[in-house]
Design a binder for this molecule. Sequence first.
Ligand SMILES: C[S@@+](CC[C@H](N)C(=O)[O-])C[C@H]1O[C@@H](n2cnc3c(N)ncnc32)[C@H](O)[C@@H]1O
Length: 244
Amino acid sequence: MSAPRASDPAEAGRPTTEKVRGVFGRIARRYDAMNSIMSLGLHHRWRRRTVAEAGLTPGSIVLDVAAGTGDLAFALAGTGLPRRVFATDFVPEMLDIAKAKAESLPGPTELVFEMQDGQALTYADESFDVVTVSFGIRNMPDRRAGFREAFRVLRPGGRYLILEFTAPRSAWFRPFFRLYTGTVVPLLGALLAGDRASYQYLNDSIMQFPPPERVAEELREAGFAVVRWVPMLFGAVNLHVATK
Ligand SMILES: C[S@@+](CC[C@H](N)C(=O)[O-])C[C@H]1O[C@@H](n2cnc3c(N)ncnc32)[C@H](O)[C@@H]1O
């Protein structure tokens, strides 16, 4: 068998801790602006759906893994329901931006920022009512460890929500999506952020992320009892909802 070529998208999109820390450390400052430009603002809608499916109740304790610049953690806190939302990430440059944004946020929910690797959380078993991860799980070299950790720190009956991109199956939409993420996004990355390689990685990592059925199977293997998913953008974005 021949060794994978460096330009092989499956290989290029495979996350390693070093690669992921490098990419997000570099793009942190422009992450929010690029996110809105590249998703044409749709990411706000996907986050609202995630919040709606979270089953928050007054006093919930919530963990957002791979929180990045904090938008999902803030949307969860913005409902006013949780007592505390932990926004965690393992790239300090991303979390620093989240902390700065939080200074202007009103509301009764306490926000806690902590450096955490989603594959090896330091929290005690059954600490949270809800665990979320948006556009973070595909960047973990050991995705199953991320699932097992979410299961461990959730209380029985708690909910785990995973929002993530994948290559859509829709025959008519797939070519558009491939063109957009494979060509337009790296080009925008080069023009607007001066960093084509990082945005190329983001595309490649989407293309190597498994289809929703397989993610659901892995969640069941991690111990989750009830698993369903909500397809959005013709299946290019899926929200998995898993209950412990
Ligand atoms: C595409 S960003 C998503 C950020 C945010 N959740 C959002 O929805 O905008 C991916 C984030 O995952 C973080 N990340 C990747 N692997 C991680 C890991 N093993 N543990 C914690 N954070 C991780 C990166 O640092 C980055 O902030």
